[in-house]
Design a protein around this ligand. Structure first.
Ligand code: FES
Length: 185
């Protein structure tokens, strides 16, 4: 991580994307693009937003910083601190809990950190417990950045994390071998 003070600008690719996003809104409603532009900035910056980056996006949209900051701090998909390369969100709501999310959390504690919201010593991961991720039919599951890993056990959770550490191939979705959310045969 570098010091972000006054350093952030959209890279070339994201500058093009930002302009494309702005085309979706009336020219006198630039501020309506705040959410996708914050998302774009967050993806460019290792999945987190510093105050300076939020200031940059607010300036980009010609809106007050505090309005942009209100959006950042209201929605749970924006992060104001570095969470590691991979943010592991473990669903702990009832269907996942009944299907063994405690074992998923146990694996995260062992591989990543005993405490949630703590970046692992290698800087790769952090984990947190969240409420229903909307895929209860494949419980228990985790969301890692944009991807879901489902039908997890203690062992398969460890396998998923180890594959990310090793950079080895990894399939998203069910880790039990069943196809999408078809009934287990
Ligand atoms: S309860 Fe875990 S995805 Fe719904």
């Amino acid at each position: 991580m570098s010091n972000q003070k006054n350093a952030f600008v959209f890279n070339k690719e994201n500058e093009i994307k930002a302009k494309e996003i702005l085309l979706k809104y009336p020219t006198d409603r630039r501020q309506s693009a705040i959410m996708p532009l914050l998302d774009l900035a967050q993806r460019q910056n290792e999945n987190w937003l510093s105050r300076d980056i939020v200031e940059y996006v607010a300036d980009y949209l010609e809106m007050p910083f505090i309005k942009a900051w209100e959006v950042v701090t209201f929605y749970s998909m924006y992060y104001t601190k570095y969470n590691g390369k991979y943010l592991v969100q473990v669903c702990g709501t009832t269907p996942c809990w009944l299907r063994g999310s405690d074992q998923v959390i146990k694996a995260c504690k062992e591989v990543i950190s005993p405490e949630p919201n703590t970046v692992s010593s290698d800087g790769l991961f952090s984990w947190m417990q969240v409420e229903c991720l909307g895929a209860c039919v494949n419980a228990p599951l985790v969301q890692i950045n944009d991807d879901y890993y489902e039908d997890l056990t203690y062992d398969t959770t460890k396998n998923v994390l180890q594959s990310l550490i090793d950079g080895s191939p990894l399939s998203i979705g069910s880790q039990s071998g069943r196809k999408s959310s078809k009934a287990v045969s």
